[in-house]
Design a binder for this molecule. Structure first.
Ligand code: MSP
Length: 661
């Protein structure tokens, strides 16, 4: 078999002086979606991400936290890494600018540029913005034109990079590679910047201590952007990049505010060193909150965890990719997020999957039916599906995620309509009717199969569930998109396990829960100033939301206030209109209590009867969805979706009513 072509894409590396919000998450989600898509297109893909850990900003934050810089960045980088792991978007390689292999690559790149005559020593005085890590063209006392924050006058000895020598080579490069900078608006912006003339760039600092040293030139350290950009190369072999075969990168995905660093400075450094240039730099827009860029300094950030906890990671992925035209700015609102979740995911894809499976279960003995003669309406839907395949692949290739999803949801809508007009449920039991019903259900299942494969890069978790439901083995990612066509779902395949997909959620309730969790997150102290938070057992009992981990210490007397006892579940039933709650009666030794638990999506009520659980018995009673709950069942909160796992006593036959202490 011929070797797969290599494809290398990168997220920006993130500053470690803050924690991720959904603006950062957006960059990473987009990259992860491209990675999954390209793998399904037959590429050997590597995606890298990481952390940008040097500079004055970090020096100051570490000082404020009272810890050495190395400790500060190690803890922050661990947080970033853990979040990406939790969200399932971890890169194949996580590069930190404090990694030794990275320092070697930066020093090596500098040497190449210097040996080739593009570096010279000098002095510089200018206004410096420590937030953007760049000198800016303003007078002393004036604020940064980009972020509006105060600038500082800095005079220092440094090494210059002869950027001015690259004006023509860069313009030639852009002309020869018209797709190098995307989208068009950003390309124009960069072109006019370069056409306006390039000034040499200071690439080392003597006013900063926390950076990679310039060998033999101490106290010079590298300017953070010379350092950070090089991470793309360090991640795939550094000086030995030829051995890994992933350089040059296929695409650097970045936010629009850092396009100049990527489309001007970075290619110039590479040209100076005689190295191959990346094939493309794609700048996405910003996520805005109340019309301003979401950012920590403006205090308008939204974190990913509360959203993922309440609606699931796929909901966040879908919303970000569907709602924003890639390349343009997009507005974030909880309202629109839940709206999309309910209308497109719960009522759209989720509903199509569950009703298709239910009809096949009922009418075809749980096996994908064999179609009979096709009617024009069947072939029309098949033709639409076939057309959608082409259009979606074309859009994905252009990173036109919102249009790709629009096409797919139009196919879902057409299938819903097809079911309504063909109404298989009202056909009778004659031979002809049965055959007709089999054809309709096969056609519907076939569309669902195609939609599942094509939405997989955007909705990896939920499409894996639909995949199982359709009785398929492996993952939808194992389908080669190049060969995707109508008619690949084999009749006779038995359906598999059904799992909750996108349970409908009441908008006000969802928003309230996300906002409450967001407030909690904001209150969390920085990971650097406090010991790592212990993972608190989540309470699956009275509330459906698991408690976020807390770091605050309590005395034993506080713990003693919580009365926890062994209880035994006597009855368990679902509550109409509350998808997540079960109503339980629990024997706690002294009485039988009614307790509601947010575990309905994960536990079958019948299987809970007789089970011994840990119960908080002295909680004030409250009503949940109108049902009285008097106590709380203890559960661990597992994974990004906060799946509740009941705490139990498997090893000993513990007495009902025994106290937990
Ligand atoms: N460390 C530099 C990048 C160096 S790459 C060699 C940096 N870091 S950052 O943490 O500030 O930003 C990283 C990415 O997050 C950027 O692509 C940026 O555009 C993105 N976002 C940060 N806030 C954002 C929004 N509100 N909306 C969308 N993306 C934004 O810059």
């Amino acid at each position: 078999m011929p070797a797969k072509p290599k494809y290398y894409l990168t997220t920006p590396i993130y500053y470690t002086n803050g924690l991720p919000h959904i603006g950062h998450t957006y960059s990473t989600i987009v990259c992860d979606t491209i990675r999954r898509y390209k793998r399904m297109r037959g590429y050997d893909v590597v995606m890298t991400t990481g952390t940008d850990e040097h500079g004055v900003n970090v020096e100051r934050s570490a000082k404020k936290a009272g810890v050495p810089e190395s400790e500060f960045v190690a803890k922050m980088a661990a947080e970033w890494r853990a979040l990406w792991d939790e969200l399932g978007v971890q890169g194949d390689e996580f590069i930190r600018t404090t990694d030794l292999k990275h320092a070697h690559t930066v020093q090596w790149l500098f040497k190449q540029c210097r040996d080739n005559g593009f570096v010279y020593p000098g002095h510089y005085t200018g206004q410096y913005c420590i937030y953007d890590n760049a000198y800016v063209d303003v007078k002393p006392g004036e604020n940064c034109p980009d972020c509006g924050r105060p600038t500082e006058t800095v005079t220092e000895a440094n090494f210059y990079f002869k950027l001015s020598a690259f004006q023509k080579p860069l313009l030639d490069w852009y002309a020869k590679h018209p797709n190098f900078i995307q989208p068009e608006a950003r390309r124009n912006e960069v072109l006019s910047f370069v056409e306006g003339g390039l000034r040499d760039l200071s690439i080392t600092r003597t006013s900063v201590r926390w950076g990679i040293p310039v060998p033999g030139e101490e106290p010079h350290v590298f300017y953070v952007w010379f350092d950070a950009l090089t991470a793309y190369l360090s991640a795939v072999g550094g000086p030995q990049y030829e051995k890994t075969g992933y350089w040059p990168a296929d695409v650097h995905l970045v936010g629009k505010e850092i396009i100049r660093f990527h489309a001007v400075y970075w290619p110039a450094f590479l040209m100076a060193a005689g190295l191959p240039l990346p094939k493309q730099v794609w700048a996405h827009g910003w996520l805005l909150m109340d019309s301003a860029k979401m950012s920590k300094s403006l205090g308008n950030v939204v974190r990913p965890r509360p959203i993922v906890h309440v609606l699931g990671m796929d909901a966040l992925r879908y919303y970000l990719l569907r709602e924003t035209v890639f390349g343009q700015d997009g507005n974030f609102s909880y309202d629109a997020l839940v709206q999309r979740y309910n209308s497109d995911l719960a009522n759209g894809l989720g509903n199509l999957a569950s009703r298709t499976a239910a009809m096949i279960e009922k009418n075809s003995g749980g096996k994908i039916p064999k179609p009979g003669d096709l009617q024009p309406q069947d072939t029309a839907l098949a033709a639409k599906a076939q057309e959608t395949i082409g259009e979606v692949l074309e859009q994905y290739d252009k990173l036109g995620f919102s249009l790709a999803l629009e096409e797919l949801w139009s196919l879902i809508a057409a299938t819903d309509k097809y079911l309504t007009t063909e109404h298989p449920w009202s056909l009778g039991e004659t031979d002809a009717d049965q055959k007709r019903r089999a054809t309709i259900l096969w056609t519907t299942a076939e569309v669902l199969w195609i939609v599942t494969v094509l939405t997989h890069p955007v909705l990896p978790e939920s499409t894996a569930k639909v995949w199982t439901l359709l009785g398929q083995t492996g993952q939808p990612s194992s389908v080669a998109l190049d060969g995707l066509r109508w008619g690949q779902l084999a009749p006779g395949t038995p359906l598999g396990k059904s799992q909750a997909l996108f349970p409908r959620i009441e908008k006000a309730e969802a928003i309230e829960r996300m906002e409450a969790m967001e407030k909690e997150e904001q209150k969390q102290p920085s990971p650097v100033t406090t010991p790592a938070p212990a993972s608190a057992p989540a309470v699956g009992g009275a509330a459906t939301a698991a408690a976020p981990a807390t770091a605050e210490k309590i005395g034993i007397e506080d713990f003693a206030k919580v009365e926890m006892r062994v209880g035994q579940i006597k009855t368990a039933e679902r509550i109409v209109g509350a998808d997540k709650l079960l109503k339980l009666t629990v024997d706690i030794g002294t009485e039988i209590r009614q307790i509601c638990a947010g575990i309905a999506q994960y536990y079958e009520p019948e299987k809970l009867i007789g089970r011994k659980v840990a119960v908080v018995v002295n909680l004030a009673p409250r009503k949940l969805r109108g049902v009285e709950s008097n106590g709380m069942i203890v559960a661990a909160s597992v994974g990004p979706e906060g799946r509740p796992v009941l705490a139990g006593f498997p090893d000993e036959d513990v007495e009902i009513g025994a106290r937990l202490k």
